[in-house]
Design a protein around this ligand. Structure first.
Ligand SMILES: [Zn+2]
Length: 301
């Protein structure tokens, strides 16, 4: 009993490093960048309507979200490379943040080329707000390229509306009402919340273990709630803009200040996580009214 009480008093690290085995954090090699400075560019101008009602506002909040990942215990940092008109998710050395609008299905095509040409969302139509695609060297885990797609509103009313109603209000602003389209000055799907989370994927973190969620999001039994790398968000939520101690521990475990980048082949030793499940949890989470943030990874030999 004394042992159990002691264990409860000490926060259990819950961060999980991404590995070369997608969705299997206990297998494969940990992902990492070889450099401590990672440049990103933002395309908020190709989506219609503009995210947050203003491409400039979306760009500004996006850029302002990356520095959260540079706490004092690391010299890792994202570098703002400015804006771009690029829409292609590709292993091209450009780490892209692109706001999409409209389903590729509605454009009559599918696949990466379709998404680039129409700046459309080529992933699941419901639930997933954003997706980060990471390209890495399979034999080492070194990341070569990371691109973030964010699925914004297509401008139509229900039931034709697709995508998330993205907002760029301040955290102290009130939540938008349940059907938020066209509202301003309120929080619904906060761009800061989304980008800070996805930036964690870009640097090499997997979702935090959350015991109460269905597999594969319940890797760890003792995870704290509300981390930036928690895979779900509620409408109006902005708290992921600010890292929790566990998120800070995660980035600093990979890129410790003035010390070599930590690679690993048994990545979950700090988290106590087991293996991940099959990835069929999204429908269950949707039924609970959650929104989901997701990552995927692509392999590069
Ligand atoms: Zn995620």
């Amino acid at each position: 009993m004394a042992v159990a009480l002691l264990a409860a008093a000490v926060p259990t690290p819950a961060y999980v490093r991404s590995t070369t085995e997608a969705g299997q954090p206990a297998r494969g090699l940990c992902l990492y960048w070889g450099a401590r400075q990672v440049r990103f560019v933002v395309n908020a101008t190709s989506a219609t309507p503009a995210p947050c009602g203003s491409a400039a506002a979306a760009t500004t909040l996006t850029a302002a979200s990356f520095p959260a990942w540079s706490p004092a215990c690391t010299d890792f940092g994202f570098v703002n490379g400015g804006t771009t008109a690029v829409t292609a998710v590709a292993n091209d050395g450009t780490n892209l943040v692109v706001f999409r609008s409209g389903l590729c299905q509605a454009a009559g095509c599918s696949g990466n080329a379709c998404a680039s040409t129409h700046n459309c969302w080529d992933h699941d139509a419901m639930g997933t707000i954003a997706l980060t695609t990471t390209t890495f060297v399979a034999s080492t885990g070194q990341i070569l390229d990371a691109d973030m797609e964010i699925h914004g509103w297509n401008g139509l009313s229900r039931p034709q509306a697709t995508g998330s109603y993205l907002t760029c209000a301040t955290p102290s602003s009130p939540p938008c009402t349940a059907i938020p389209y066209g509202q301003t000055g309120c929080n619904f799907t906060d761009v800061g919340n989304v980008v800070t989370h996805e930036a964690g994927h870009m640097l090499g973190l997997e979702h935090t273990c959350v015991a109460s969620y269905p597999a594969p999001y319940n890797y760890c039994p003792n995870a704290p709630d509300g981390t930036t790398m928690d895979p779900t968000m509620q409408p109006g939520e902005t708290r992921k803009r600010v890292l929790t101690a566990d998120d800070v521990a995660g980035v600093c475990a990979i890129y410790p200040l003035n010390a070599a980048t930590v690679t690993c082949s048994s990545p979950s030793s700090s988290s106590g996580c087991g293996t991940a499940g099959g990835g069929t949890g999204s429908l269950g989470l949707l039924a609970l009214g959650f929104l989901i943030l997701r990552r995927r990874s692509s392999r590069r030999a």
